[in-house]
Write a protein that binds this ligand. Structure first.
Ligand SMILES: Nc1ncnc2c1ncn2[C@@H]1O[C@H](COP(=O)(O)OP(=O)(O)O)[C@@H](O)[C@H]1O
Ligand SMILES: [Mg+2]
Length: 214
């Protein structure tokens, strides 16, 4: 991957060759600026690589048309961001409900399923709270519920515990782990947090845009 802004070219990833096994919790670790977010975004189909191929569920996503890729992402991929990315004017329930709506689940059914997911992440008593009235850990759990809406096959999480205190960070990881295993999701987590290591099936370390150990 080479970023281009004007005439400035910034090579960021070099000769990446990586397979992620179905059902695994796969960690991607490495120093700040090493290309973790870039790689995760490429794998999730958010960013198109300058060269190379990315096969997700057997399909080369770099060959897909924009609409096709958007639909593919919607049906198969959930994404959890460091900064939660919740809609501030929507309640916890509505933030999850809208993900179901986008996936074509009818309104009434979406509400029931969103409430069930929020209950599973321990927020059954916070359904009607706005994000501003939730703690960081609670917001991240809403984001996990949203990412899991409609049972995606793959979850990508970019430093999901980075802006949380250690206790809520632990709790968020436990929930992500439990739900992913229960639902048979493949999960790739970018993290600096060594406490996540015990739940990993596999760890890839990246430095200066190159895989160091896998
Ligand atoms: N849109 C962009 N344009 C140019 N350079 C970028 C862009 N996004 C990231 N970079 C650069 O790519 C490198 C890797 O960034 P990133 O993938 O965010 O690393 P990490 O997530 O490991 O901290 C950094 O040097 C960063 O400055
Ligand atoms: Mg990053």
């Amino acid at each position: 991957m080479v970023y281009q802004s004007g005439h400035q070219l910034t090579p960021v990833l070099h000769g990446i060759n990586l397979s992620i096994q179905t059902g695994h919790i796969h960690l991607l670790m490495g120093p700040s600026g090493s290309g973790k977010t870039t790689l995760l975004s490429i794998l999730a189909g958010i960013l198109t690589p300058t060269s190379g191929k990315v096969f997700v569920l057997g399909q080369d996503i770099t060959q897909m048309k924009k609409n096709e890729l958007a639909r593919f992402r919607l049906n198969n991929i959930g994404f959890v961001f460091q900064s939660f990315n919740l809609f501030p004017a929507l309640t916890a329930l509505e933030n999850v409900e809208i993900a179901f709506n986008l996936k074509g689940v009818a309104t009434k059914d979406a509400k029931v399923r969103a409430a069930k997911l929020l209950d599973e992440v321990g927020l059954g008593d916070r359904l009607n709270f706005l994000p501003q009235n939730l703690s960081g850990g609670q917001k991240q759990r809403v984001a996990i519920a949203r990412a899991l809406a409609g049972d995606p096959k793959i979850i990508f999480a970019d430093e999901p515990t980075a802006s949380l205190d250690s206790q809520s960070g632990q709790q968020v990881i436990k929930i992500l782990y439990k739900l992913a295993k229960q639902k048979g999701c493949t999960v790739m987590i970018v993290t600096h947090d060594p406490r996540i290591i015990p739940i990993a099936d596999r760890i890839t370390k990246i430095e200066d845009g190159r895989i160091q150990t896998d």
